[in-house]
Write a protein that binds this ligand. Structure first.
Ligand code: NAP
Ligand code: MG
Length: 810
């Protein structure tokens, strides 16, 4: 029989000959397509389904007998019960007793993503797709168990090829290729209101996916249950591609299913409030089911247990574990179809494609939940939302990539190598702890070597703790320090100290032999005094010698001043300074060392490389032809011999200019460079820059050693006035930005040294969230006084940090 006659036979039997209307105008290829399209339709099943569907309208549940569903609470980690389930689950996995199924038939169009939803990049710094994140989990599981769980991915007609190609192109993400299979959800024709099939093109029947409940028949038609691994399996695990926190084949879930003997465990979450718009689990007329929120009466929604939890509060998480035997019983017969009236694109009378304005086509869909009508022993397995549930459905807002990223990191805390943590005093010690509790620990498994540089700890250890901390920075390469009290006489009395301990910063600088770089945080609404400055200007001050280590004296009229250099061999040279013939005067003798200048130069160049900014150095070599010229020469030699290539590679430059020229250039610049200054210049200009950029509470600083160790801190002190208020129980509006940025600086540096992209991403995002928060008008009290934002809101310390934390990944 030829193709046309064959199709005519089939369609005639069901009164659908109109599907062949364009046969005559189709070419060979078109006819083949139409043939395939019509042959793929199961006419008998489709018409049967159509005739059995009701109106699809919600049923009145008032007369139904509704009871709560039985619930098993997922035991918390570290309990014996957890371990027992877990170990049982692992045994099942080892023995090949479970297969995993991912429902991934959707496209990413609602997320603005072209292609299958599983190929969506949710914005992790690794840019892993949702598919890869799932496969990674099974790879982890395989490391633990030595067994590769077979992953079956349910696709749909629109994304089947795209999905298969994606896995092929990405080498199955390192998972064994024969342990990942794809099967397609079934399609069913769409009917017009008279019960006739329609054409989507001259060579194609209008069909649509048969609903999420179609998964069960697809497990059979797609050969999943009949595959080698499917046959072996006792359990079928099912979850959706859009939940980036789903724990694939969670051993505890599997162990509990085994222990309880239930045919189905379904993961549920407690609803967030009585009004949450989500279906809840219950038992209706003896059958487990999910009833839509629209059908839940306010009374039922609010009903609570003696412990305050909702009686009908278990919301569906879309994660199931079925005994295969239970599925096989049901899946063969198929679930009933429901009828929806929808707008569906199709050919009109004249063969032109159109989309109707009103819904006028009948779509048939199966409901996944309907399976519970056929399985009596369904139990809710209640999980904690934050542990396992972060769906990505919308481009922004609730259930978006942003909210999912936030939840992702709150669960999968970022791992890091150690840094040295140097705690400090008074208000900044309070700020320190809050930054850790509210911001950092939410997303990072903080790994620090802790040194308490609080004044009492320094006092009781005779300040040895400061030296140990400095050595730890040398060893670990990165440290972060809280502001500390440098005791004066009044502090000795106030804290009852043994003695007037040295400034911890001086001790640390001595051990690390470092240079301090100060950099302001720039935010919208707090504009630098110099209008052209758009980016921070970092000042590096040479903190050794010159007038800070000078000797000086008065010279009487009639005296002569000389510089005398005495060598070890007894010879000496005398250089006249001035002859005070006819007036009194003053003389100053100052020095510096090649060693210290070289260290300074190396620190500056290392720092410039680390922030990828140009380096300027300025002195007055035209006047000081030996002293300042020595600085200039040492810088140039070190640059040429050790740094030039690396600067070229980083696309940055080093240049020297006279100090007066530098000042003019700095003022005319837009910022964004590192300015290396001799000791006195640095002292003066760092204070000038701090004042010009706005506030000390926005100034961060980092000590960089010539061998590449980094210690980050805020430039301000311990803010004793705020501390007194804090001790009196008042909420303070202390600005934590400089201290927070000290942390992010240290974390970023740790990330850079270790290639830890998650840590770098965290640091970048945290700084961005902070700057944007202040830019949006939400800030601490000190900034409110400075900001030109229109609607300013003063936040207290806790409030500010909480808002930063919330926005990091959003
Ligand atoms: P400070 O602690 O920086 O405080 C000076 C004033 O600046 C504060 O009273 C406060 O003004 C304002 N301020 C500073 N940081 C602020 C912030 N984050 N948020 C809001 N306001 C802030 O300086 P200090 O009072 O001269 O020194 C106090 C102690 O700190 C001393 O014992 C000193 O030795 C030590 N210190 C340590 C370091 C260090 O460890 N690196 C550096 C400097 C000083 P209002 O009171 O007007 O709000
Ligand atoms: Mg100064």
């Amino acid at each position: 029989m030829d193709k046309y006659s064959e199709l005519l036979d089939i369609t005639k039997k069901y009164g659908q000959e109109h599907l062949l209307k364009y046969w005559d105008v189709l070419d060979g290829e078109g006819r083949d397509k139409l043939y395939a399209s019509i042959k793929s339709v199961d006419f008998e099943k489709s018409f049967n389904a159509l005739s059995k569907t009701g109106s699809g309208a919600g049923e009145d549940i008032s007369e139904d007998d509704i009871r709560p569903i039985s619930v098993i609470e997922k035991p918390s980690e570290n309990t014996a019960e957890y371990k027992a389930y877990h170990d049982k689950g692992i045994e099942v996995i080892k023995a090949g007793g479970v297969i995993a199924v991912t429902m991934a038939g959707g496209q990413g169009s609602r997320l603005g993503h072209e292609g299958p939803k599983g190929t969506f990049d949710m914005g992790l710094p690794t840019h892993k797709s949702l598919f890869e994140l799932q496969v990674d989990q099974l790879s982890e599981l395989a490391k633990k168990t030595g067994a590769y769980v077979h992953l079956f991915i349910m696709t749909s007609e629109i994304n089947h090829k795209g999905t298969c190609d994606f896995f092929e192109e990405n080498g199955y993400f390192g998972y064994p290729k024969d342990k990942i299979s794809f099967f397609c959800q079934n399609m069913i024709p769409v009917f017009d209101l008279n019960g006739n099939m329609m054409l989507a093109a001259k060579d194609k029947v209008v069909t649509a996916a048969d609903g999420n409940g179609g998964i069960f028949s697809a497990l059979i038609s797609g050969g999943v249950l009949d595959s080698e691994d499917g046959k072996k399996a006792e359990f079928v695990y099912i979850s959706q591609i859009d939940n980036c926190l789903a724990r694939l084949c969670d051993p505890v879930f599997i162990g509990c299913a085994l222990a309880s003997g239930k045919s189905c465990l379904t993961k549920t979450l407690m609803k967030t409030g009585p009004d949450e718009k989500a279906g809840v689990y219950c038992v209706k007329n003896g059958k487990p089911c999910v009833i839509e929120y629209t059908e839940v009466s306010p009374e039922m929604a609010n009903m609570s247990n003696p412990d305050g939890s909702f009686v009908y509060g278990d919301v569906n998480a879309g994660i199931y574990l079925f005994k295969k035997s239970a599925l096989e019983k049901v899946a063969g017969n198929g679930l009933p179809y429901h009828r929806y009236i929808k707008k569906v694109e199709r050919l009109d009378e004249n063969g032109i494609l159109f989309k109707p304005e009103k819904p006028d086509s009948v779509k048939l869909e199966m409901f996944l939940f309907d399976i519970f009508n056929y399985i009596d022993d369904v139990t809710a397995f209640r999980i904690k939302r934050e542990d396992e549930f972060a769906p990505i459905k919308n481009a922004t807002g609730i259930d978006s990539p942003a909210s999912a990223r936030d939840l992702y990191y709150r669960r999968n805390k970022i791992q890091m190598n150690k840094i040295a943590e140097l705690d400090g005093d008074e208000m900044t010690r309070v700020v320190w702890q809050k930054i850790k509790d509210i911001v950092l620990s939410s997303y990072i498994d903080l790994n620090t070597e802790y040194y308490d540089l609080g004044i009492m700890s320094r006092d009781s250890s005779d300040d040895s703790v400061t030296k140990e901390a400095a050595l730890a920075i040398k060893r670990l390469k990165v440290g972060v320090k809280c502001a500390t009290i440098t005791p004066n006489a009044q502090r000795v009395t106030e804290y009852g100290l043994k003695k007037l301990w040295r400034s911890p910063n001086a001790t640390i600088r001595e051990i690390l032999d470092g240079t301090v770089f100060r950099s302001p945080v720039i935010v919208k609404g707090i504009d630098p005094m110099v209008k052209g400055w758009k980016k921070p200007i970092v000042i590096a001050r040479h903190a050794y010698g010159d007038i800070y280590a000078a000797v000086e004296t008065k010279a009487e009229k009639g005296s002569k001043a000389f510089i005398t250099l005495k060598k070890d061999d007894g010879t000496s040279t005398e250089i006249p300074v001035h002859d005070f013939k006819d007036t009194d005067g003053i003389v100053l003798g100052m020095h510096n060392t090649d060693k210290s200048i070289a260290s300074f130069a190396r620190s500056c160049m290392n720092y410039a490389l680390s922030v990828k900014q140009d380096l300027w150095f300025s002195a007055k070599d035209t006047v000081s032809k030996t002293y300042d010229h020595r600085f200039k020469d040492i810088f140039q030699e070190i640059f040429d011999n050790e740094f030039k290539d690396r600067f070229d590679e980083a696309g940055i430059t080093y240049f020297y200019t006279l100090i007066d020229d530098a000042v003019a250039r700095v003022v005319r610049s837009e910022g964004g460079f590192v300015w290396a200054c001799k000791n006195y210049d640095g002292d003066v200009f760092s204070d000038m820059l701090a004042a010009c950029f706005g506030s000390l509470s926005m100034m961060t600083s980092v000590l960089v050693s010539p061998d590449g160790c980094f210690e980050y801190e805020a430039a301000h002190g311990t803010i004793p006035r705020h501390y007194k208020r804090y001790l009196n129980g008042e909420a303070t509006s202390t600005n934590p930005i400089a201290t927070l940025f000290a942390w992010t600086g240290a974390l970023r540096k740790r990330g850079e040294l270790d290639g830890n992209v998650f840590l770098i991403d965290f640091a970048d995002r945290t700084e961005k969230a902070t700057i944007e928060l202040v830019g949006s008008g939400r800030m601490t009290g000190d900034l409110v006084k400075l900001s030109s934002c229109e609607d300013k809101v003063t936040l207290d310390l806790d409030g500010f940090l909480s808002e930063v934390a919330e926005n990091i990944y959003k």
